[in-house]
Design a protein around this ligand. Sequence first.
Ligand SMILES: [Zn+2]
Length: 181
Amino acid sequence: MAIRKIINESDETLRKISKPVVDFDDRLFELIEDMKDTLAKAEGAGLAAVQVGVLKRLFVMHAGKEERECINPSIIKQDGINKIKVEACLSVPGKCGYVERPEKVWVEYQDRTGKKIQKKFTGFEAKCFCHELDHLDGILYIDRATKMFKDRDEYAKEQGKQKKDNSKSDASKSKNTKSEK
Ligand SMILES: [Zn+2]
């Protein structure tokens, strides 16, 4: 097990299309274990093989309770609009942005033994799955972002503004309720 180097957006490798995994062997297991360690150390939610410079169609994610290893993944069906707007990427350090993703995805992938698995993910796991799947096709979230924040401070400011707006509307709501009474 080892920590691998995560490449960043300036590296052209991230723009390449990853190839399907065909050998479910010790080399693959080692790669998966390294990716899990690397993800944990970076405190991320997901990591695709291409982000450690390996052009294979697989990613690991830890966006819910369970850690998942998704090999040769695909989306079968999707539905709704994810309530979580903000997104970030270990290969685009510091920044974050708004990306629209489905609320629910029905997916298929293989585990490390090659067994096919079908799952339904919702919320953050659905968002993460879509983000990681994009990596395998050379797409970064910054390509899809409707709004980008140059750092966490800028995002926090935006959040603060929204909270203020929300509390304003809440206040007017309660006022209305009162006057209705
Ligand atoms: Zn990413």
